[in-house]
Ligand binder design. Structure first.
Ligand code: GDG
Length: 485
């Protein structure tokens, strides 16, 4: 109902949902792996509307018609507006300030974070550009839904340009304690930028509360912890937890489609012939995901439980990520080296113990893998939510699998049927893996069913509806205010 009556929606993210690339066979459109896009593209395909994002593909300019790219290319449903950035802007805004500054700091990796003045100037300028593009393209009274740490200045900049729009901004990553956030030299400007929104969303109640505490400690704004509200420049900013979810029904339909079912059964039959259980990890190759620690834990597992050596196959999908940042390239190279060393340490006749797919796999294959897996391991050191965990649970139609889930992923607060792991404890993780592999079918099914129920009751539609309902509350309040003034 709300969706039928709502004003046009404008989504704003740094990364675009569809990237057009020149190849020797012509222009190819690709969709990049990443939590934000995976969550929002299905929504926009249903609702229609506008999406503003950085045009990062080599053919991105060539596929515009009247300044707009209609997507998805094969079934156009919404308009993509691209913001083009010069190489030095990409460097300062994206690689440096966002991904070498805010990303590690918010994941409490203080030692890795750096904030150079020049990078800040570029971050601020690019946020301005996003706001100007959104201001130019947003229909009157639109609802704007902007995202994440790359665009912290966006809400207040857009508000100054377009007071008619209503803005929700969602923060996908953890919010750090005030004493950590104040290490950002520009922390005040960032907080003021975010407070330009009408609604600020976080992954967990703890993140929302930590944000409120940061605002109380570092700004003169009035904070109401009980109501989850900030009074700022004569406005009320609603600060809430909206744990991001997955399209549970959509995933279940996809895994039961003939192609995915065939892929999954084929893989399963191969494993069953060998008497192997399949342990899977899928992640962007990012230090916050704990990939290196995970390898160490698998090593500890084989040392402690040598009997499993011929009864298990480890499979890791490592998606190269943020390759603009030198640290990420180094991490990827290191992961590849350590994976090879792992197989040298644990040689096996027939098939290697550890299989590595060093690239993104397409979504149908990924879902087939989730359906066939016996165990999926999420080893994050700190993670806003972790969608892989939820996708795996949704894809498990046979309910054969067990989820090993880091206590410090946001998803751990919802998925009680998972076996919790402590990502800094390799032996404890090894024991949890042994427990998972030894778990009988009935208990696996019971735990999985429990988590699936949760994901059916709390799906992607519910997530967006909760945010839209809060925007609706804001819009209604505004009307009442105007009427009574
Ligand atoms: C940020 C926060 C939060 C991964 N590999 C492949 C692939 N993926 C897809 C997954 C999933 C997404 O990428 C990854 O999402 P995550 O949530 O695990 O992680 P981040 O990218 O770090 O996302 C995170 C999220 O935002 C949403 O709020 O949960 O905490 O850090 O959808 O399926 N997709 C395909 N092939 C792959 O190889 N097709």
């Amino acid at each position: 109902m709300l969706r039928l009556e709502m004003p046009p929606l404008v989504v704003v993210t740094s990364r675009e949902p569809y990237v057009d690339e020149h190849t020797k066979f012509g222009i190819r459109t690709v969709q990049k792996a990443g939590g934000v896009v995976s969550a929002l593209d299905p929504l926009m395909q249903t609702l229609g509307g506008h999406w503003v994002a950085w045009g990062s593909g080599s053919a991105d300019r060539d596929t515009l018609r009247d300044g707009v790219r209609w997507v998805p290319p094969d079934r156009p449903r919404y308009r993509l507006h691209r913001v083009f950035l010069a190489p030095e802007e990409v460097e300062g805004f994206y690689a440096e300030y966002s991904n070498q500054g805010l990303w590690p700091l918010c994941h409490l990796l203080i030692e890795r974070a750096q904030f150079a003045e020049r990078a800040w100037a570029r971050y601020a300028a690019v946020n301005q550009r996003f706001a100007r593009t959104a201001a130019d393209r947003a229909p009157k009274d639109a609802w704007v839904f902007s995202h994440d740490y790359q665009l912290a200045l966006f809400p207040s900049t857009l508000r100054a340009l377009r007071p008619d729009v209503t803005i929700a901004h969602f923060w996908h990553i953890p919010w750090p304690p005030a004493r950590v956030f104040q290490l950002v030299p520009q922390h005040r400007a960032l907080l003021q930028g975010l407070l330009g929104a009408d609604v600020l969303g976080f992954q967990t109640p703890a993140d929302a509360e930590q944000f409120l505490a940061t605002v109380a400690a570092l700004t003169p704004a009035g904070v109401d912890f009980a109501q989850g509200q900030v009074q700022w420049q004569g406005r009320t900013v609603r600060v809430r937890a909206f744990p991001i979810a997955v399209d549970t029904a959509g995933i279940q339909a996809l895994v039961q489609s003939p192609r995915v079912e065939r892929l999954s059964l084929r893989l399963r039959r191969r494993l069953d012939r060998r008497g192997h259980q399949l342990v899977v990890a899928v992640e962007r190759a990012d230090y916050t995901k704990g990939c290196l620690r995970r390898l160490a834990a698998w090593d500890a597992f084989l040392t402690r439980y040598p009997g499993w050596r011929d009864r298990v196959t480890f499979l890791q999908v490592l998606v190269p990520s943020r390759t603009e940042v030198p640290e990420y390239r180094q991490l990827f190279a290191r992961l590849m080296r350590q994976s090879r060393a792992f197989n040298r340490r644990w040689p096996r006749q027939g098939s290697p113990l550890l299989l590595t797919i060093p690239r993104e796999v397409d979504r149908p294959r990924l879902m087939a893998l989730f359906r066939a897996a016996d165990v999926v391991v999420i080893h994050s050191l700190l993670d806003g939510m972790n969608l892989v965990a939820k996708e795996f649970v949704a894809a498990q139609v046979e309910r054969r699998g067990v989820l090993l889930l880091s206590r410090s992923a946001g998803a751990a607060q919802e998925l009680g049927g998972a076996l919790p792991i402590h990502p800094l404890d390799p032996e404890g993780t090894a024991d949890a893996l042994a427990t998972a592999l030894n778990m009988d079918r009935a208990e696996r099914a019971r735990r999985m069913a429990d988590m699936q129920r949760h994901l059916t009751e709390n799906d992607l539609e519910g997530w967006i509806d909760a945010i839209l309902a809060t925007l609706y509350e804001v819009a209604l309040n505004r009307v009442v205010k105007v009427a009574s003034s």
